[in-house]
Design a protein around this ligand. Structure first.
Ligand code: MN
Length: 761
């Protein structure tokens, strides 16, 4: 194309740029050019692209330059240069990676949407929808960048940037943009701003460059940021490096030759051996990690050994390890276990022989591995000449990435997140916009625990994107999650079935164990009280203390629990408390007076519902599927003409109302619901499922055990009878969840019972 080389500065004057018809303010005379007086030109850039891709559409590059130069013509950078020097420099960085014309054009246009009057449509008209999409993507990242307070959540922010870069070229342009801004950071007058930009570079962009394998960009970003953030440490390391360098001739070259000799002696085929000094920041990082003083600093050289094959990598490693003392803990096999960015190499550390005695790092890899290590993802977008042989084996995640890129449709923001570089993770937001990262399959309960343990423990419901949904609902990328909590709320054992995070599971399990222990304790305490009363003996706590030592128990609490869970019979405790009884004949049983214990019967019909949050006058009843009890987390479901049905929060039936969140009402138990105490049934029916021996006595023992805990059996049904076992559903009238727990604990202690669960649905 004829536009390829147009070095004449006059042709590049902004006024002759792209002829869009948008009315513009009459341009004042362009401010004077910087001292060198040369107008910026894309000639060098175009020559560079031509050199690696002779067929490149350089006219498009020229057109992009013209449009950008025109759009930015009234702007200058903070250092006084015409603004166009910046996008031009960004494009040149990317040309250094031999990237395609689309990327270069995007680089030239990357700031026009954000900073000038040019819009996406105009770019689309001139350069096509794909480039418009790329430029728009970079603009979105820039806007994201402008939001404050994100370094706190740097890791999440990095991932969000990745998730938003639906085309990886967007991210490459953004990284080159940041690199040029860091190179010209000195032009920014305010020190606080320089610090902030450097911090962000260190926390967000350098790791992102590493993540996509652009190693040289990562190193340069780190070095520049380090020099700004900690100039003192930077200077000290530079001084030490100068000292070490000054000690001899070209140490790196000498060691390199020595290594080549070592490989020759072992007949290792070599492609290349090269050496370099480590970057100041990587040295600093290592010193921090290993707590090394500057004076001890000797580990400053790294050597790269490129050999033809994978087998040769291991042979070369063997040769190095045979020739030098190996530094323990430094060998890493990234060939059999590649890093997540696809990086493969063998790493090791050895100590050079006297008199050098310096530590060196050695990286061994094949040429294919080398290409990935140097350029990462960029290697896949680079122009490959017609004679380029086989493609470097692509890392699986790069393939996945490219597949997804091909399939991305609309540019709705949520659609962007389809690019799931982190396919095993979801990103959700709190109502305040904080980003919470969770494993795929996570539920609102996981989210709540990720926000704070307390929030998890007391969570009672969740609004997802404004809709009330069940706690077992699986979260999607981009969901905004509002957790509703209730004071006094507690984790539900049911949650354990659907949570996916370890934190949530551990908290729930701990709570359930504590709750079970409480049930055992209460059951044990009342069993003991009965046993002592039956024998007419003093079963007070003071009397029981005497039994702790012979029973080898640490506390009364332990004693109650041990009795409650059936590991110790109440009679054993009686005889441990009163050893003299053991020798004598069994004390005559004296029936305890059952003073004041009228059989509790509940007749409290017409009592107001002990539930808050109801609409006065509305009919209310308890769901037959889940049998909620005071103490259970509950929600109300409104049915027109029927009133409100109270379900437990874990009731599976709620799923069927997910589409009609307006029918959910937030309800809770009144404190009065618990006031009846544990002895008096007050009209709540709990349902349990018992698996017991299939023999005649089992049902009698079960009902007996329930009655002993003051529960009233209102219904009993054998649902499954096998030769050995039967499953029985028992509806029990109890005052609350706590009492049902006591019943369950005592049933579990019964000999004929194999298991007891709360039945749901
Ligand atoms: Mn920029």
């Amino acid at each position: 194309m004829s536009g390829a080389f147009q070095p004449a500065p006059a042709a590049l004057r902004p006024s002759e740029g792209a002829g869009d018809s948008k009315p513009r303010p009459t341009p004042p005379a362009l401010p004077p050019l910087p001292d060198n007086g040369v107008a910026p030109s894309p000639a060098g850039l175009i020559a560079r692209i031509r050199a690696y891709d002779p067929a490149a559409d350089t006219a498009l590059v020229q057109a992009a330059f013209d449009l950008a130069a025109d759009a930015h013509k009234l702007q200058r950078r903070e250092n006084g240069e015409p603004y166009i020097t910046h996008p031009l420099a960004v494009a040149e960085i990317l040309a250094g990676y031999r990237l395609d014309v689309g990327t270069i054009v995007t680089a030239l246009l990357h700031d026009v949407i954000e900073d000038t009057t040019v819009n996406r449509d105009q770019i689309a008209k001139k350069f096509g929808p794909q480039i418009a999409g790329l430029v728009d993507g970079v603009t979105k990242l820039t806007r994201l960048e402008l939001q404050s307070d994100r370094t706190k959540q740097a890791e999440n922010f990095r991932k969000l940037v990745l998730a938003l870069s639906r085309d990886i070229r967007v991210l490459m342009v953004k990284l080159a943009d940041r690199l040029h801004n860091m190179r010209t950071l000195a032009g920014i007058p305010k020190p606080e701003r320089r610090q902030r930009i450097a911090r962000e570079t260190m926390d967000i962009y350098a790791p992102l460059a590493e993540r996509i394998g652009m190693d040289a960009v990562k190193t340069e970003l780190q070095t520049l940021a380090f020099a700004t953030l900690d100039p003192e440490a930077y200077e000290l390391i530079q001084a030490r490096l100068n000292f070490l360098r000054g000690q001899g001739a070209d140490v790196i070259e000498e060691v390199r030759k020595e290594l080549i000799r070592v490989f020759h002696e072992s007949d290792i085929p070599l492609v290349e051996v090269s050496g370099r000094e480590k970057s100041p920041y990587s040295i600093w990082e290592k010193m921090q990690r290993r707590n090394v003083q500057f004076e001890q600093l000797s580990d400053i050289m790294a050597f790269r050994v490129v050999v033809p094959t994978r087998e040769a990598c291991y042979a070369a490693l063997g040769a190095v390890h045979a020739a030098y003392p190996v530094i323990a803990g430094r060998f890493k096999d990234y060939i059999s276990t590649p890093k997540s960015n696809g990086y493969q190499s063998l790493h090791t550390g050895v100590t050079l022989r006297e008199p050098r005695n310096q530590k060196i790092e050695v990286q061994i890899r094949t040429p294919d591995m080398h290409a990935i290590a140097e350029n990462g993802v960029a290697a896949h977008w680079a122009y490959k000449g017609p004679d380029s042989g086989t493609d470097a084996p692509r890392m699986r995640w790069v393939d996945d990435l490219l597949d997804i890129l091909d399939n991305v449709g609309t540019d709705d923001l949520i659609e962007y997140t389809r690019l799931e570089l982190y396919q095993d993770q979801v990103f959700c937001f709190t109502p305040k916009g904080q980003l919470i990262q969770l494993p795929r399959g996570a539920t609102p309960v996981d989210f709540a625990y990720a926000v704070h343990s307390q929030v998890g423990d007391t969570c009672v419901g969740a609004k997802i994107n404004g809709r009330l949904l069940p706690l077992r609902h699986v979260l999607q990328n981009g969901d905004q999650v509002e957790i509703m909590t209730a004071r006094g709320g507690t984790p539900s054992p049911q949650w354990e079935r659907f949570v996916v995070t370890g934190k949530a599971r551990a908290r729930i399990r701990r709570f359930v164990q504590q709750q079970q222990r409480d049930q055992y304790r209460d059951a044990g305490r009342s069993a003991l009280a009965r046993a002592f009363r039956a024998d007419g003996l003093d079963g007070s706590e003071r009397a029981l203390e005497a039994a702790l030592k012979p029973l080898k128990l640490a506390s009364l609490e332990d004693l109650y629990v041990t009795v409650g869970n059936g590991n110790l019979g109440p009679r054993d405790v009686v005889t441990a408390t009163y050893p003299q009884l053991r020798a004598s004949a069994r004390a005559p049983r004296i029936m305890p007076p059952l003073a004041g214990r009228a059989t509790p019967r509940n007749g409290a019909v017409g009592q107001t519902m002990p539930i808050s949050g109801l609409v006065p006058g509305m009919a209310v009843h308890y769901a037959g599927c889940c049998h909620p009890l005071p103490g259970d987390g509950i929600v109300g479901i409104v049915t027109t003409g029927k009133g409100v049905t109270i379900h437990t929060r874990e009731c599976a039936t709620l799923e069927s109302f997910a589409a009609t969140p307006e029918r959910f009402i937030d309800v809770d138990w009144e404190p009065a619901a618990f006031a009846g105490g544990s002895t008096r049934g007050s009209g709540h029916t709990g349902r349990i499922s018992v698996i017991a021996d299939n023999d005649g006595g089992a049902i009698a023992s079960i009902t007996n055990a329930i009655a002993k805990q003051n529960g009233d059996v209102v219904n009993l049904r054998i649902v499954n009878r096998q030769a050995d076992f039967m499953e029985i559903l028992v509806d029990i009238e109890v005052s609350d969840l706590h009492q049902l727990g006591t019943v369950i604990a005592s049933l579990r202690a019964a000999k004929c019972v194999h298991s007891v669960e709360r039945a749901r649905g």
